[in-house]
Design a binder for this molecule. Structure first.
Ligand SMILES: Cc1cc2nc3c(=O)[nH]c(=O)nc-3n(C[C@H](O)[C@H](O)[C@H](O)COP(=O)(O)OP(=O)(O)OC[C@H]3O[C@@H](n4cnc5c(N)ncnc54)[C@H](O)[C@@H]3O)c2cc1C
Length: 422
């Protein structure tokens, strides 16, 4: 990537000390976002179709391999660098940022996150061999990965085993897994080359157990894999998150994205892995704020140059939006700087607070933006009503919905691990 001496804009994450790679990624995200993703965003929203053109640009710019370690041919971006870049993309197209998250997680979980998880030598060796194959697909062929976990049960909230099962099998002399089950809400359905699913190992004579969760890539061309269901949601329409069914789908062992038992440990060890959904919505909050300032100054391109900034009520509302946005950026930046395996209790509670603040805050800011700009601002030719609809979706996403964050924070504040009242 090109070296950028300094940025000529304030990133969605705020003014932070940045590395060369972070500046370069943010510069690329800004250019793509402003020049290409923002003008195209209405089209994906209107037709509820996947932003394929944006993905050609992301692939060409090297963003799809940004979190692949350098020794495997990627850019070697760390967790914080990804989170900043994602927020910048979310500022221009929420559906692109959110779907990119599913793909990037497949590289971050197998890369930097796995490096921080305890594995024995055999597991580490197996993991390194398999991720080489998986990274090569992304680096050499520009492959796109989805991340369908949700099943409409308590599994995606981490409270039950996944109903989708994987049973050990040998077919044509190849050792692998036979997968059966159903996923809902599979963003990138129809666009992904691989679906990185979570499923439960089917072990004869044993009840399904979350500790036996497997993380496996299913090639989109696999016989027995089907996409179904209508797609006409309120927001994030470009994610195209339809249902997937797996009927006796066979995949070789090499498709395992983590060795047996490692996903469960990862989810316990690295809570910040679930915070990666938040930057999309920090980007949307920035976009709603940016629009409001431009609109009140009478500077929105193509609109009559009517100024509305002279009314004290508008000034107060903009101040309130800015205060909330600054709070969101501060707690977000702190959380991405602290993200690590086995965080302290304070760090974990702050991480939950950051997730909640961003997911609920994005919708608060979009709501205030519409109220403040007024009736003409919610017309479909302007982005604000789309930002408002998209901003509502973050707090609904498992495993950390806004409700479940409150639930976890309260319980984990008042009870130490293993404490009971009886
Ligand atoms: C735009 C968008 C894109 C998405 N993309 C993906 C994707 O790519 N991959 C993927 O796997 N999923 C994806 N999801 C799905 C998402 O992560 C959730 O699974 C989904 O929103 C949950 O909806 P539901 O109606 O099934 O929730 P339900 O499980 O019916 O829960 C409803 C609400 O009840 C609460 N609740 C749920 N379980 C519990 C519990 N055990 N205890 C207490 N309260 C609980 C939660 O607050 C939840 O919001 C996406 C969702 C959205 C909105």
């Amino acid at each position: 990537m090109n070296t950028i001496a300094s940025l000529d804009f304030t990133p969605a994450v705020g003014d932070l000390p940045l590395t060369d790679l972070q500046r370069s990624l943010l510069h690329t995200a800004r250019q793509l976002g402003r020049d290409k993703f923002a003008p195209r965003a209405p089209q994906w929203d209107e037709s509820a179709s996947f932003p394929l053109a944006n993905y050609s640009d992301l692939r060409e710019a090297g963003i799809l391999k940004m979190c692949v370690p350098v020794r495997y041919g990627g850019l070697g971006a760390d967790y914080a660098s990804y989170m900043m870049t994602s927020a910048e993309i979310g500022r221009y197209c929420g559906a692109t940022a959110l779907t990119l998250n599913m793909h990037i997680c497949s590289t971050m979980w197998t890369g930097v996150l796995s490096d921080g998880i305890d594995m024995n030598d055999a597991q580490r060796g197996e993991h390194h061999a398999r991720r080489e194959l998986h990274f090569a697909r992304i680096v050499n062929q520009g492959a796109l990965y989805a991340q369908p976990f949700s099943e409409g049960t308590a599994a995606a909230a981490g409270r039950a085993p996944f109903g989708t099962s994987a049973q050990k099998s040998v077919q044509g002399g190849v050792s692998g897994w036979v997968i059966n089950g159903k996923k809902i809400w599979a963003s990138l359905s129809g666009a992904a080359d691989y679906y990185g699913i979570l499923c439960t190992e089917d072990i004869a004579g044993q009840a399904p157990n979350p500790k036996d969760t497997l993380y496996i890539a299913v090639p989109a061309t696999s016989p027995g894999l089907a996409i179904s269901g209508d797609w006409n949601p309120m927001g994030m329409r470009g994610t195209v998150s339809r249902n997937l069914t797996f009927k006796d789908v066979f995949v070789p062992d090499d498709e395992q994205l983590m060795p047996r038992g490692v996903y469960y440990r990862a989810a316990q060890t690295w809570p910040a892995m679930f915070f990666t959904l938040a930057p999309t919505y920090l980007g949307i909050a920035n976009a709603a704020y940016d629009f409001t300032v431009q609109y009140l100054r009478g500077e929105v391109a193509g609109e009559p140059p009517v100024k509305r900034r002279m009314y004290p009520t508008k000034q107060i509302a903009v101040a309130q939006m800015r205060i909330q946005l600054e709070n969101m950026k501060s707690i977000f930046s702190r959380a991405i700087a602290e993200a690590r395996p086995n965080p302290s209790k304070d760090e974990r509670l702050r991480l939950y607070a950051a997730h909640y603040s961003v997911m609920e805050g994005a919708n608060d800011i979009a709501r205030l933006a519409i109220r403040t700009c007024g009736g003409q601002s919610m017309m479909k030719h302007l982005p604000l009503e789309r930002l408002y609809r998209d901003s509502r979706c973050g707090a609904l996403m498992l495993p950390w919905t806004a409700e479940l964050i409150l639930d976890r924070m309260g319980r984990e504040t008042l009870y130490e691990s293993g404490e009971r009242d009886d």
